[in-house]
Design a protein around this ligand. Sequence first.
Ligand code: NAD
Ligand code: MG
Length: 401
Amino acid sequence: MTHRVTVLGSTGSIGKSTLDVVSRHSGQYQVFALTASTNVEQMLQQVLEHQPVYAVMVDENAANKLKSRLPAEVNTEVLCGTDALSMVAEHDSVDMVMAAIVGAAGLLPSLAAANAGKRVLLANKESLVMAGPLFMQAIREGGAELLPIDSEHNAIFQAMPADYNGSFDDHGIRRILLTASGGPFRTSDMDTLRSVTPAQAVAHPNWSMGQKISVDSATLMNKGLELIEACFLFNCVPDQVQVVVHPESVIHSMVQYKDGSVLAQLGQPDMRTPIAYGMAWPNRIDAGVAELDVFDIAQLNFEAPDEQRFPALNLAREAFLAGGTMPAVLNAANEIAVTAFLSEQIAFLDIPRLVAEVMSNHRPEDITSLDAVLVADQWARDRAAELVGQYCSHSTLSKSE
Ligand code: NAD
Ligand code: MG
């Protein structure tokens, strides 16, 4: 049987890895739709190779350019706009949806796939952080299957009992050990952190990823978002999730049981492993990933995260505990802060500082509807943008002093 796949965010790091796995199993998987924001060149190559039914470019100019470049014999229909993202995610012909758009922009199409009862391969952690309760409800009520693609959550999923019912107690689970590489600044002191550049921040020691998640890994906000992600996915609280810095990124996370057992999943730092796992589950297929040679690794190290130098982790913990709209506010403020850092408007250490300030101005509301999430998201973006302006003018002042 051929599974028809929509890849949301196909031109990104996860999108490209997904298409690589699909290409290795073309009899089993067929691309139904590809979507991207603006990258026409990359999309053109992907459309020519995979000949999907639809190609969506969110940007209208990009869609027009793509149309004009497609040879007449290619039957792919080019669409534009955000509604088209949801249309190709919930389409009757689709079996599975790779949710690999970066940031809050992924929320609506990921939800559409959940509501339509698809197998949702969730890389876009931000959508779960923003709207966890709504998202999990949509999965349940839509009759969808949720397969975590984030490598840590995929590892946890693999180490959890196959019939996990959402209760640690019922299955004798003590805690989740969520591993973190520690990022490029694991051993840097505060003085160094004050002046790191975007180029240094996106140079991750073990993983090759998109810019936003690379900066998140450097601040450890990525681990904060993943802590919230784990709480929603596995129905637990931050106290049941211990973050463990493991610089080799060989163990992708672990589950500790009451009898003393600890189950871990190991592998190369290559996202094609969790992607292939999610696509083929409960079976396994070749992902094109090199075998792990344990003699080569020889040694595995573990240390506690330094929460003084990396306060983002605790901000995420606080956001989850505050509940309601607070995780959406944390996420939105972080997205604005990361963009401002990448364009050299604010400093690296301003990222958690800005997120903390936006959170301290927010009174969380219950998430009763998607609207509540979107209103909080917009409020946090506006507030964060104001703060970027203030931080910029201060740093200009101090430079001229
Ligand atoms: P990326 O920046 O490489 O790619 C992002 C994709 O989203 C691109 O195809 C882009 O065109 C599309 N996109 C960007 N903005 C958009 C918008 N406003 N509307 C519609 N589409 C838009 O990102 P990535 O590294 O592939 O990460 C994608 C998601 O997967 C993120 O949520 C990230 O946290 C998660 N993730 C990534 C990795 C990794 O190894 N890269 C690992 C775990 C989780
Ligand atoms: Mg991860």
